[in-house]
Design a protein around this ligand. Sequence first.
Ligand SMILES: Nc1ncnc2c1ncn2[C@@H]1O[C@H](COP(=O)(O)OP(=O)(O)OP(=O)(O)O)[C@@H](O)[C@H]1O
Ligand SMILES: [Mg+2]
Length: 259
Amino acid sequence: MAQRIDIKDLNVYYGSFLAVADVSMAIEPRSVTAFIGPSGCGKSTLLRTLNRMHEVVPGGRVEGTVAMDGVDLYGPDVDAVAVRRQIGMVFQRPNPFPTMSIAENVLAGVRLNNRRISKQDAADLVERSLQGANLWNEVKDRLNRPGSSLSGGQQQRLCIARAIAVKPQILLMDEPASALDPISTLAIEDLIAELRSDYTIVIVTHNMQQAARVSDRTAFFNIAGTGKPGRLIEMDDTRTIFSTPSVQATEDYISGRFG
Ligand SMILES: Nc1ncnc2c1ncn2[C@@H]1O[C@H](COP(=O)(O)OP(=O)(O)OP(=O)(O)O)[C@@H](O)[C@H]1O
Ligand SMILES: [Mg+2]
């Protein structure tokens, strides 16, 4: 299920503004890759290029390639909508559909794909996805209650269940725990550790401890100043980045000297 991502010579624009410049990196399957760096360095922008969400913004465009198992997502024959379906995304603020039931929230992505699905298959998929997101036991007796009846941490796990219900190859998470309390944050981190064996996961986080805890590889991005593009400064095993980074700016950032 999990796929490898190869980014090569990627430039990402908003109109004439070059937001991210010259990124080349490999993201391994069945692992967690963390994107870290100061605000505005382009972490979210880069993340959104990985499922072609970036170009939804007017003027949003890229140069270079993003290949999934060797196939360029920006190739002429590739359907952007199909890419977005295959690559799940979880946002900073949990965004369940508030009036939809818990079960219907899990099925929302599947329904959007117009897949016809029997009642029994739907029930099985709801259970499997909620178990996968580590939420089943907490909600199994109230699947018909609205998504908004859950706590913030539960809502975020519901969004993860919705993302994995469509069986994506890749899961992108943009600060998935930043709006959550420490207990819910740990639940999300545990979940990421479990999902890691089946998916390719990319997580943006401002929390250095979190990056160190959940990720296998860490990529540090930086900007030289306002109006300048964000760049990949270095990428390595998380342990190496947090113990012996090769660039001074990385060390300054992870030790809290800026950003
Ligand atoms: N929709 C947009 N239109 C124009 N410029 C944008 C848009 N979204 C982001 N930018 C700009 O692109 C650059 C990178 O922004 P981005 O949101 O990717 O940074 P980030 O690293 O995710 O920051 P943060 O840590 O604050 O979330 C910034 O200069 C930002 O102002
Ligand atoms: Mg961001």
